[in-house]
Design a protein around this ligand. Structure first.
Ligand code: IVH
Length: 711
């Protein structure tokens, strides 16, 4: 999660003595979270919450500079992680699951599958339903039946190599207990710690003054990510197998068959797994497991429904990071009462002001909660939350806690409604405005109008730029960006790439002396060398990452991929955007013809590229990096590189499936017909698109002809 800037209303109100006490308390708290984050890989607060603590700490120092001693956290950069593991690339990505909360979400899920597979109302879909374990997912690779690698999920593409540690788990067989097994088998599942083992471990840890964990999941993660496998071995961890990655052969053709096969190989599979044949049976399973939840010795946060037939799973495929064939049906969130000590305002990358309630710490479902999002100022007004109020909060899995309601009877006098801010809390105090939607309606979001002139937005932009899914620069995380930005060494993305040549000529804020990064606390020759190497390694970057890294509003990862594929190269994309910014109608039409690109994105690109300030930054950045062209569509299919439009009703497969198949074969699927369209596949009921295709002389195919073409 991106970290945010916070301003607290109460720092100014502290007396000198209170400020000193608070400064010390925050130092201890931040130190604790650093340890949890770096040494245990078990953070219990979000990055934004962590940053809020740092902000408050800094705000106190800004008020009382004498607290800024050499020991101060602001005078140290980062903290070295204790355990470093080698990276492992997953042969098949490890994905996540979409969530269902209401029963209606489950029927929508089943309905989507039915439509995608073109099944009738009476066709039966068999599901394997199982508890969703709240642990950490693990991929175990067996070659010729022998365990060769154990890897954590990481970002889904690349995880950490924890083989030595995972080998100490009793539930993980060193070799598959069957004679004939496929050459490569990747068995996936969840590592977890039982509740009683977790409590016992915490008691032992507290006795020896060691690490105490917030919940069994963090405890499992911390135990697995130990430098010394002997420590992992001493921790009681379990493993349930429930999925697979690369398999050179499939030993079964159903999900439930795979689970049986895993069991025959020596794995534990969840005994509560059940076959369900209707929505009613799925919902009954959900109720049944929820009723058992408290009595189970491991934490679960819902149930998972998976289409049992693997051939159907394959046809259904994935949407971005989650399979269409599975869904996690979560349990309702756990609730608690606590007091709002303060309300602070965070400023995000796009200038949105988000109010956050700072709460009297309370444990909800085993996790310490100290903040809750208030979303926006309409929400504050709706709830009428005031500082000092007692509120009911809820927490659902990893979702940020929310304030449900104010307990009016407990409101202490005197309180006043929280005022809607008129200025950004940043030092520039820029005006804020209420966001308008594309149709001109007033939205709920208040936005700082400062753009990149607002230092808070600027920092958030830089953090986004270096984040995992953007430039992903090792050793240049949020904290380092904050430090470099504060010193004025990195003000915009291009500065990252010139840092090395400027090193030695940098000056520390408030001094004229030349400085070298190597001389900063927390850095040394080696770490500076690796930082510059990491930066150099990113001088070449894929087009979709580059576009995503620019941080244009409404251009997330999926949109960036669509834009990259649609234009092929940075220069083509840039030219198109410049034309768009000059209100060129043709450029707008072409953009609109791209799959997944609609008015909101186009408007946002238009605004972004119309800003001279943005163009200058981009040009300075483009001078520093080489942008690789988008992955060429598969060249070995008849439709590779072609643009296809589907119109009318398709009989053999649903539109969505047809589209997915076309894209797999390297075609671009567009929403409307233009001069660039190669084929239009027209089913019954095709309308104006077909007419336009005729006008333009586009090749018109029936569904039959299309099927033949792609066979
Ligand atoms: S199936 C393609 N089954 O939930 C995804 N996942 O929110 C296959 N999880 O990353 C995942 N229990 O760590 C599956 N019975 C279960 C699960 C389960 C827990 C976790 C898993 C996954 C996360 C997604």
């Amino acid at each position: 999660m991106a970290s945010k800037h916070t301003v607290t209303s109460s720092v100014a109100a502290l007396t000198g003595k209170q400020a000193k006490v608070e400064h010390a308390r925050l130092a201890a708290e931040i130190g604790k979270h650093d340890r949890l984050y770096y040494q245990e890989n078990a953070p219990i607060i979000s990055d934004a919450e962590y940053d809020a603590l740092r902000r408050r700490y800094e705000a106190i120092e800004a008020r009382l500079p004498r607290l800024r001693t050499r020991e101060s956290l602001t005078q140290r950069v980062g903290a070295a992680p204790s355990a470093r593991f080698a990276k492992v690339r997953h042969a098949v990505p490890m994905l996540s699951l979409d969530n269902a909360f209401a029963n209606g979400d489950v029927s929508d899920f089943v309905g989507r599958i039915r439509r995608f597979l073109r099944l009738g109302e009476d066709d039966e879909i068999v599901f394997a339903a199982e508890p969703k374990i709240d642990g950490l997912s693990m991929s175990l690779r067996y070659e010729d039946g022998e365990l060769v690698t154990g890897a954590t999920r990481g970002d889904g593409t690349e995880g950490e190599d924890v083989t030595a540690n995972v080998k100490t788990l009793e539930d993980v067989p060193q070799h598959l207990k069957r004679r004939a097994v496929p050459k490569v088998c990747e068995v996936r599942g969840e590592v977890y710690m039982t509740k009683h083992a977790f409590l016992a471990l915490n008691r032992r840890q507290a006795d020896i003054g060691g690490q105490v964990f917030a919940n069994p999941r963090n405890s499992a993660a911390g135990s697995l990510r130990q430098k010394d496998p002997a420590i992992t071995a001493s921790r009681p961890l379990g493993f349930f197998a429930y999925a697979w990655g690369e398999m050179t052969e499939m030993p079964a053709d159903t999900q439930s068959g795979m689970a049986e096969w895993f069991a025959s190989c020596g794995f534990k599979t969840n005994p509560l797994t059940k076959i369900c044949r209707s929505i009613e049976e799925l919902l009954a399973f959900h109720r049944e497991i929820e009723a058992q939840r408290a009595t189970l010795d491991y934490d679960i946060d819902g149930v998972v429904y998976k289409v049992d037939r693997i051939d159907w799973q394959e046809r259904l495929g994935f949407v971005s990071r989650s399979p269409r064939w599975a869904i996690a049906h979560k349990f309702p969130a756990e609730k608690a009462l606590t007091i709002v000590d303060d309300i602070i305002i965070q400023v995000g990358r796009t200038g949105a002001l988000t109010p956050v309630a700072k709460l009297r710490p309370v444990t909800v479902g085993g996790v310490l909660v100290q903040n809750a999002t208030l979303h926006n100022f309409d929400e504050i007004a709706r709830l009428d939350v005031r500082i000092g109020d007692t509120v009911r909060i809820q927490r659902a899995g990893d979702v940020i806690p929310q304030v449900l309601e104010v307990v009016q009877e407990k409101r202490p006098p005197p309180t006043k409604p929280y005022p809607v801010p008129r200025h950004c809390p940043c030092p520039l105090r820029t005006d804020v405005e209420r966001e308008k939607t594309i149709t001109g309606e007033e939205g709920a979001v208040l936005r700082c109008t400062g753009g990149l002139a607002c230092p808070y937005q600027e920092i958030e932009h830089l953090k986004h730029f270096v984040s995992r899914r953007a430039f992903d620069i090792d050793g240049l995380g949020e904290k380092q960006i904050e430090f470099f930005h504060e010193q004025g060494w990195i003000n915009e993305p291009a500065d990252i790439f010139t840092l090395e040549v400027r090193n030695g000529n940098l000056t520390l804020k408030g001094s004229n002396e030349k400085a070298r990064l190597e001389d900063m606390e927390g850095y040394g020759e080696t770490s500076v060398r690796s930082l510059f190497n990491a930066i150099a390694a990113r001088r070449e970057i894929a087009l979709e990452r580059f576009i995503y890294a620019l941080g244009i509003r409404h251009v997330g990862e999926t949109t960036a991929v669509a834009l990259a594929r649609g234009h092929g190269s940075w220069s083509a994309f840039y030219k198109a955007c410049l034309k768009l910014a000059k209100d060129d109608e043709e450029a707008r039409r072409e953009m609109d013809a791209l799959d997944q690109i609609g008015d909101t994105v186009i408007e946002s690109l238009h605004n972004y590229f119309a800003e001279a300030h943005n163009l200058r930054r981009i040009e300075r950045l483009a001078a520093q990096v080489t942008v690789r062209n988008a992955e060429k569509p598969r060249a070995d299919s008849a439709i590779a590189g072609k643009t296809v439009v589907f119109t009318g009703t398709l009989e053999r497969m649903a539109r969505e499936e047809a589209k997915a198949a076309a894209e797999r074969l390297g075609a671009k699927v567009a929403g409307s017909v233009s001069a660039k369209t190669d084929y239009i596949v027209a089913g019954p009921g095709a309308g104006s698109k077909l007419g336009r295709a005729r006008e333009l002389g586009v090749t018109i195919l029936s569904e039959e002809e299309w099927a033949k073409l792609i066979r």
